[in-house]
Design a protein around this ligand. Structure first.
Ligand SMILES: [Zn+2]
Length: 104
């Protein structure tokens, strides 16, 4: 299974210890980070989801829906590459999880 890597310290993050956070500032969503929970690694963002909730298919879709609804509200991504980096890790995890289900 692909490991989650903390965007701050570069070490492995266990699903239960991880958090995905970002900042909503005015009409902009920015600074998406997948990190360890807590002051050491978690940036001073004002929005977050526990990593374990996003690694469930339902939570993943809920996160996508959240982003689509913000888009509908007219919000913009401040730095799309940070969201891309987070979703790349999430996608790999979801992909491997689905493969395991198919093989069982
Ligand atoms: Zn960390």
């Amino acid at each position: 299974m692909a490991k989650f890597i903390c965007d701050t310290c570069g070490r492995e993050v266990q699903v239960i210890d991880g958090i995905v956070s970002w900042t909503r500032e005015g009409n902009t969503l920015k600074n998406f980070k997948l990190t360890h929970k807590g002051d050491q690694c978690q940036p001073a963002n004002n929005r977050y989801r526990e990593l374990y909730t996003i690694t469930l298919a339902s939570g993943f879709m809920e996160f996508v829906q959240y982003l689509l609804e913000r888009w509908e509200d007219g919000l913009e991504l401040g730095d799309p590459q940070t969201l891309r980096k987070v979703t790349r890790q999430l996608n790999l995890h979801m992909h491997e999880k689905l493969l395991m289900l198919v093989e069982e």
